[in-house]
Design a protein around this ligand. Structure first.
Ligand code: PLP
Length: 606
């Protein structure tokens, strides 16, 4: 005898996670038989890890006809989930099914916490199929009755690929419930000295009693203790492979990964977690987009638009793609002060442009690019907007939906998180039209001897074992940023930027590349007459000041600037005014030493 929904909720409330799984198994055993003739490809629900077939039956034809869900699976746990869906939906009319808040049922059962993400995807697939069938019944009866169809909670209907008539259409559901970014008030006091205490690496004493002045966060930011502790927690308490085992460690890892995905989704305002794939970092993510999306959509004679300020990660893949596809790589011109010259955008953007790939913030000039405006103009000519967010995401509020970004890539290690993990965000329709470029385990729905069918995103783009610990700890890093307040961090960094700019410019012969501070983020790249960046770096290092010198993976930009190398200073939340003082005094010391040795050299040659 099948339980009612209320009975199920009551039963579940007393069960711990292990017993819930057993109970789901029991429910599965009791599922009524499924008609053999209905085990067809058309009735298969895709996106499930196991095989699932689902049909609906109605008593009568009108809008008031109650529905019965009939389904089966080769997994008994999934059969248990089917029993829950039957308890929730059976006996309801099409309209009631569409209006019914099934998520509230899942919440009362605490289902989301106790089933694996893949099963969750499968469950979502079943719900979408039921809603689609209810919707097509509603449309059918409306047409038959010529009756008025009241407003529907579903936002859009697409024909299912296997059934273009719309019978079995998938309903795009309301975005999943993700809270908006919890960015603390930018105005409240920010105590960087105190915040610094959360970063063990910065609390150490260097030889000679100096404290580290870390000014290379643009390359990799330091990690607060909570991130380091989270990595340790996973290692020591529940480490297991992800999305594989149904034992408790595996389930916990899956849960933690999904929780991290949810934090990331909220952080960049993604519509749901399915449009976020974990990657090894920005570089790999950009290659995935260039060769997974670009190779499919860029044809001979098309154009790809980037800029000279791009990091090689957002330069070389497009250059290679252009070569391969016989397309043309074009560049948005720069203004004299190192901004994108939008007045000249029409010269390079046209209806042959298929991709516009631009960084949110330059890793050398610090320039913050007007992504919203560029995306608007790119979309107006039908181009895809790709944003390299490696530098911008750690410093500026990113809203992928508000800015109409098609693809956004960023790295965990610049976001106070671990190395080896990054994020590929894609607008759902873009991810659907993108091919994977890595193949193997986890990214498939079904492998046949002669072909394979890909899993739905994000699994489609997550072949093999994920950087599990790093991906979980990235969620912790984002929670740390949210707690500290992204807007407060940004404001603090801008104050440091202004102070450092002013003080550095007092040093004779020093030239800063890039626009004035109101157009840039927490990066300063500079050169000093007659003092090579490498020589400067040696003095800075002796004083415990860690900066970077070289071309910073932007050779074309350095060619354009007419220099082979620059010194780059980049700030993070933990930098202080004292760091700026030590930096500027150290730069001055190096300049003075250089001047003295120049004087000595010239007097000895006289
Ligand atoms: N894009 C920009 C603007 C960067 O600054 C960097 C790294 O410095 C990258 C891409 C590459 O990031 P990753 O090395 O994490 O792949």
């Amino acid at each position: 005898m099948l339980s009612t929904l209320d009975e199920l909720i009551e039963e579940f409330s007393d069960l711990d996670p292990q017993d819930q799984s057993l109970y789901l198994l029991e429910l599965g055993y009791e599922l009524p038989p499924f008609p053999e003739h209905a085990r067809t490809e058309e009735n298969r629900v895709h996106g499930c890890q196991s095989q699932v077939w689902l049909i609906t039956e109605t008593e009568g034809r009108g809008q008031d006809a109650p529905f019965t869900i009939r389904a089966d699976s080769d997994s008994n746990i999934v059969r248990g989930l089917i029993a829950i869906l039957q308890a929730a939906y059976n006996g309801r009319t099409a309209r009631e099914i569409i209006d019914f808040d099934i998520q509230a049922v899942f919440r009362s059962l605490h289902l989301q916490q106790h089933i694996s993400p893949q099963r969750r995807n499968g469950l979502r697939g079943m719900v979408e199929r039921i809603q689609a069938l209810a919707l097509s019944q509603l449309k059918l009866s409306t047409t038959n009755d010529s009756a008025h169809m009241p407003g529907c909670r579903s936002t859009a209907v697409e024909a299912h690929p296997s059934n273009p008539s719309g019978n079995g259409a998938t309903v795009r559901m309301q975005p999943t419930e993700i809270a908006p970014g919890n960015v603390a008030d930018a105005g409240s006091a920010f105590n960087a000295e105190q915040l610094r205490q959360q970063f063990p690496v910065l609390c150490q004493e260097l030889a000679g009693g100096m404290r580290p002045v870390f000014l290379d966060s643009g390359a990799s930011a330091q990690k607060p203790s909570c991130v380091i502790e989270k990595e340790r927690e996973v290692e020591e308490q529940y480490y297991a492979n992800a999305y594989r085992g149904r034992y408790s460690f595996g389930a916990r890892v899956d849960e933690e990964l999904e929780s991290s995905r949810e934090k990331i989704a909220a952080f960049i305002n993604a519509p749901n977690t399915s449009c976020l794939a974990f990657t090894p970092g920005t570089t790999i993510g950009l290659n995935m987009v260039a060769f997974g999306w670009g190779r499919k959509h860029v044809q001979k004679g098309d154009e790809i638009l980037i800029s000279l300020m791009e990091h090689h990660a957002n330069f070389v893949p497009w250059q290679q793609l252009a070569k391969e596809r016989q397309a043309t790589l074009r560049f948005i011109p720069l203004t004299d002060d190192g901004r994108l010259d939008l007045d000249r955008l029409p010269e390079v953007l046209n209806n042959r442009t298929k991709v516009v790939a631009i960084c949110g913030m330059s890793n050398v000039l610090g320039t913050i690019n007007p992504i919203d405006e560029i995306a608007r103009q790119a979309h107006a000519v039908g181009a895809c907007m790709v944003v390299d967010g490696a530098q911008s995401v750690p410093h500026l509020k990113t809203d992928v939906q508000g800015s109409e970004i098609d693809f956004l890539l960023f790295s965990g290690h610049k976001l106070y998180g671990p190395t080896g993990v990054g994020v590929l965000y894609g607008r759902p329709e873009r991810l659907d039209e993108m091919d994977p470029i890595f193949f193997g385990g986890h990214m498939i729905e079904r492998v046949y001897s002669d072909h394979s069918v890909w899993a739905k995103p994000p699994a489609k783009f997550e072949a093999g074992t994920l950087p599990i610990i790093q991906a979980i700890a990235l969620g912790t890093a984002i929670a740390w940023i949210n707690d500290t307040g992204l807007a407060r961090i940004h404001r603090h960094e801008q104050l440091l930027l202004e102070e450092a700019t002013e003080r550095l410019l007092e040093i004779s012969g020093l030239k800063i590349f890039g626009p004035s501070t109101e157009h840039k983020g927490a990066i300063i790249s500079f050169r000093i007459d007659d003092l090579h960046p490498e020589d400067l770096a040696a003095t800075l290092d002796r004083n415990g000041v860690f900066t970077r010198h070289g071309h910073h993976c932007t050779m074309p930009l350095h060619d354009y600037l007419g220099v082979s190398a620059t010194t780059r200073v980049s700030f993070g939340a933990y930098n202080t005014q004292d760091d700026i003082r030590v930096l500027c005094e150290s730069v001055q010391e190096a300049v003075t030493r250089q001047q003295k040795s120049a004087v000595r050299r010239s007097s000895s040659t006289r």
